[in-house]
Design a protein. Structure first.
Lengths: 324, 79
């Protein structure tokens, strides 16, 4: 069992996501940085089917009451066991009574703490991921609190303390990030110069940045004049309702782009001008308030190539860890 | 008395007042007790209270009100 001494700022149970209910208005939730999540699980002998803890900005302090293997990946948030610093991206054995805690965040936004056997909470629609807006999944549908107790599932025997991800396969988190996007679905609503300027603007992540979406500041977006069609609202950014892809960017009011992420609304009436490619969603989720973001246009083909490259990188981690 | 630095535990925007109309939580030369609120940081659409982890007297603010702060950044000095 895991006893939560201190919850951190926003620590939630997340897995690979609640996929398949988007048409019902249910966003996928799940780890914001899927690569780091998968690697953390791999290090402790888990699979993507196991849930881990996503620790945002400020890590929790957790006591283990049973022996377990743990690993922390993702953000550079130095891990400590009983106050002693230990390496990230590495499998560690913890003994009953030992306390896991974190130092201040150094880079990135979200660390993933995987525990052998996974965090055992009841799956909802096939996933243990927490969707706090509706109180779905996770531990009672919310972030961890002081005094919470978490059970773990049956651990695989394959975890090996000391197993470590080679440096070149770990992710780093610069404070200036480039996020690749595919233009659309409603980019026709922008004047062409404004769409061009979107890609040359330094967009700063505002404090309004969480699992639902990231709001950016730094420029303005100009929409083409028009008479709203039947069904569309009067804001120039309005369109007749459309489905929002995960990672899509909308600009209500024309000044602050919002990237919709894993816990976002699934449809609505704002023009989405571009969509962050799936391979870069993890990078988006590791950017943090006050960081600078540039959006870079790519084709759908390039987006698919990037997705395959990320999958290949995960395969290399499998191989490096001898996990096949 | 030993010097103590209050750090920003996470990134965000630092506020010295609970709201624009209210006086600051603490001013220079004020005495603060361990556990008392000395500011707010806004992040993830939430305002989080920042508390001093030591007793002391505020000698210096190291960031301005409404400054963007990073995790671990020193906010104020106590002695």
């Amino acid at each position: 069992m895991l006893r939560v001494h201190r919850p951190g700022l926003m620590t939630t149970v997340q897995d690979a996501g609640r996929v398949g209910a988007y048409h019902l208005g249910m966003p996928p939730s799940g780890a914001m940085d899927r690569f780091s999540f998968s690697v953390a699980n791999l290090l402790v002998g888990n699979t993507d089917a196991h849930a881990a803890l996503e620790c945002t900005y400020l890590g929790p302090e957790i006591e283990f009451t049973e022996p377990a293997h743990i690993a922390v990946t993702g953000a550079d948030m130095p891990l400590k066991i009983n106050g002693e610093p230990v390496d990230g991206w590495t499998c560690h054995a913890v003994s009953p009574g030992e306390v896991v805690s974190f130092d201040f965040l150094k880079a990135g936004a979200r660390a993933y703490l995987a525990v052998s056997g996974g965090i055992d909470v009841p799956p909802v629609l096939g996933s243990r991921s927490t969707y706090t807006l509706t109180g779905t999944g996770g531990l009672d549908g919310r972030a961890l609190r002081e005094g919470d107790e978490l059970k773990t599932g049956a651990a695989a025997t394959s975890a090996a303390a000391g197993a470590s991800v080679p440096e070149e396969l770990r992710t780093v988190h610069p404070s200036q990030v480039e996020l690749r996007v595919v233009v659309g679905l409603a980019s026709y609503r922008l004047v062409p110069e404004s769409l061009a300027a979107f890609f040359t603007t330094d967009w700063r992540v505002t404090p309004d940045a969480n699992r639902v979406g990231y709001r950016y500041r730094g420029g303005a977006i100009e929409f083409v004049d028009r008479t709203p069609p039947a069904g569309a609202g009067s804001d120039p950014a309005n369109v007749v309702d459309i489905g929002y892809p995960v990672g899509s960017i909308q600009v209500p009011g024309g000044s602050e782009p919002i990237a919709l992420l894993h816990d976002a609304v699934t449809a609505g009436g704002y023009a989405t001008i571009a969509t962050i490619i799936s391979a870069d969603l993890g990078r988006a989720g590791q950017s943090r308030t006050n960081d600078v973001t540039r959006f870079v246009e790519v084709t759908l083909e390039e987006a698919l190539t990037a997705r395959h490259e990320l999958a290949a990188r995960l395969t290399r981690v499998h191989e490096a860890l001898g996990a096949g | 008395m030993a010097e103590h630095i209050v750090h920003a535990p996470f990134p965000g925007v630092f506020y010295r007042r609970p709201d624009p109309e209210s006086p600051p939580f603490v001013n220079e030369s004020d005495t603060v007790a361990s556990g008392s609120v000395v500011g707010l940081i806004e992040v993830m659409k939430m305002f989080q209270e920042i508390r001093s982890e030591a007793d002391g007297t505020v000698t210096e603010f190291l960031v301005e009100n409404e400054a963007a702060v990073d995790a671990g950044q020193p906010l104020m000095r106590l002695t």
